[in-house]
Design a protein around this ligand. Structure first.
Ligand code: FE2
Ligand code: FE2
Length: 217
């Protein structure tokens, strides 16, 4: 049974042969609950029973999809089958793509400057130039828990272990020119994130970062 990695945040992890790196998905078991990425369809199959146990029969309300890639959303149909009323939160680009794949469930488009507040969740969104043709995906920060889901943003951090301590200002310096080759968009994202001040960076790949107030202020 998966243990909490930070407060109500649970990490599900698998080594992806295709990407040759660990792929992480996260459940934030707040009220309502939200999942950050589904993993591939095979990952979704083994994650879902654990989610059901952690939530103790409560429904999973939200599914956050940063961008259209199999490790981020390959299992979305399996999640929707288990939770038919699930609401997908994603970028405008991915919302259009999902419609094209025949998805008929509810979609909320995450916009910068338009937070989503629901119960314990207080979600802010950041444009993230991650898609093919550099169209935007999105990233998300829950201000209630202090959790920031960073998707592929820090994917090249190969530090050992599941969690390390760090300063947010230092973490931001790792935003990769390989993952975001457009210099203007990379600098713009760094500026947008400057004041996010998360307490925990839930990375889509590699090590997570615990940003204690003592270390980043
Ligand atoms: Fe990706
Ligand atoms: Fe990824």
């Amino acid at each position: 049974m998966t243990q909490s990695i930070y407060g109500d945040l649970y990490q599900f992890s698998e080594m992806s042969g295709r990407m040759n790196m660990p792929v992480h998905q996260y459940l934030l078991a707040t009220e309502p609950a939200i999942m950050f990425s589904t993993g591939t369809s095979s990952q979704a199959e083994w994650i879902l029973p654990q989610i059901e146990t952690i939530l103790g029969g409560r429904p999973l309300k939200y599914l956050f999809i940063s961008h259209m890639e199999s490790d981020e959303c390959g299992g979305y149909r399996i999640f929707q089958k288990k939770y038919p009323k699930i609401v997908i939160i994603t970028s405008p680009f991915s919302a259009r793509e999902l419609a094209g794949f025949g998805y008929k469930g509810r979609i909320i488009v995450g916009n910068e400057g338009k937070p989503l507040i629901d119960g314990q969740l207080s979600l802010s969104f950041f444009d993230y130039p991650s898609e093919v043709h550099l169209q935007n995906g999105i990233l998300v920060m829950d201000r209630g828990s202090g959790v920031f889901y960073s998707s592929d943003l820090f994917a090249r951090d190969t530090s050992d272990g599941r969690v390390k301590d760090g300063r947010w200002t230092d973490v931001l310096q790792n935003i990769d020119t390989v993952l975001i080759p457009d210099e203007k968009k990379r600098l713009s994202l760094m500026k947008d994130l400057e004041h996010a001040d998360p307490r925990f960076v839930a990375s889509g790949h590699g090590v997570c970062v615990r940003c204690s107030s003592e270390t980043y202020r």
